[in-house]
Ligand binder design. Structure first.
Ligand code: COA
Length: 257
């Protein structure tokens, strides 16, 4: 199974494990992660959630083959897709979520970090949101949260040009808490998650709700607006050219558009 889950010492771990495809996320993997988040929320013995990947790669984002063959629905249907259900479960998780970014975090690999509470990045990590280069648009409220975190100009570099961030830039921009040596990032993130064993869970839950509260409606409204456009763009000739170029290992040619 490409998603491994385990609960140990109050921490529910969700490990993305599809190294042969750089941890690209399929519909089945979103489903498994959604189930794990819902189970963690319901389990009183779980005090925090840890999301992690494999050495050298956190996730290369949505499986591009799935994008071509099983794109999320359009319009209101897109809100019921596996990826949307996963992001909703992440947003609705009332326990602290800690991410250990073990390597490349591309597309939704970076977008999901915007909705985690703590993010630790390996010194080998690279983050990028190359949606426009793929003929797509920002997703899951990144068009709202990224400019808030780093201002419009730097957000334009990341979201329009798709420029990657170094681990240090991720910290400087407010996406990550700290950079750790590659061999230590998972253990460090786990130790942070385990600290919630010593804190009162009711107060943690209500404090997390307060931290997110003022933005919650705006985030959902933005996700809906982005989702409409994203679903349409996934079926666009520009996106098809970008996806085919990826699999043919060539540069896309957008000159005819
Ligand atoms: N979807 C589907 N397959 C993917 C994938 C993705 N998002 N990312 C990587 N793969 C596959 C490659 O096609 C390749 O498969 P193959 O061995 O059958 O040819 C395999 O994983 C290894 O990837 P490769 O690109 O050769 O590894 P790399 O170390 O040179 O580069 C990345 C790693 C993550 C930088 C690179 O794979 C990449 O840029 N992936 C696409 C990321 C992307 O655009 N995601 C955004 C989606 S919105």
């Amino acid at each position: 199974m490409s998603i491994k889950t385990a609960t140990l010492n109050g921490v529910a771990t969700i490990e993305i494990a599809r190294p042969e495809k750089k941890n690209a996320l399929t519909v089945a993997m979103y489903q498994a992660m959604t189930d794990a988040l819902i189970a963690a929320k319901a389990d009183g013995a779980v005090r925090a959630v840890l999301i992690t990947g494999q050495p050298g790669v956190f996730t290369s984002g949505n499986d591009i083959e799935d994008f071509m063959s099983r794109p999320p629905g359009q319009g209101s249907d897109s809100m019921d897709s596996p990826v949307f259900r996963f992001m909703r479960a992440l947003l609705e998780c009332d326990k602290p979520v800690v991410a250990a970014v073990t390597g490349a975090a591309i597309g939704i690999g970076t977008t999901m970090l915007l909705h985690c509470d703590f993010v630790y990045v390996s010194d080998e990590a690279r983050l990028a949101m190359p949606f426009v280069a793929l003929g797509l648009v920002p997703e899951f409220a990144s068009s709202l949260v990224v400019p808030q975190l780093m201002g419009h100009r730097r957000a334009a570099e990341k979201l329009l040009l798709g420029d990657p961030f170094t681990p240090e830039q991720a910290v400087e921009c407010g996406i990550a808490n700290a950079v750790l040596p590659a061999g230590e990032v998972v253990n460090h993130a786990r130790r942070v998650a385990e600290r919630f064993n010593g804190l009162p869970p009711g107060a943690v839950r209500e404090a997390k709700q307060l931290l997110r509260g003022p933005q919650a409606d705006a985030i959902l409204a933005t996700i809906r607006a982005e989702g409409e456009i994203f679903g349409r763009r996934l079926r666009s000739p520009e996106a098809m050219e970008a996806f085919q170029a990826f699999f043919q290992k060539r540069k896309p040619d957008f000159s005819r558009f």
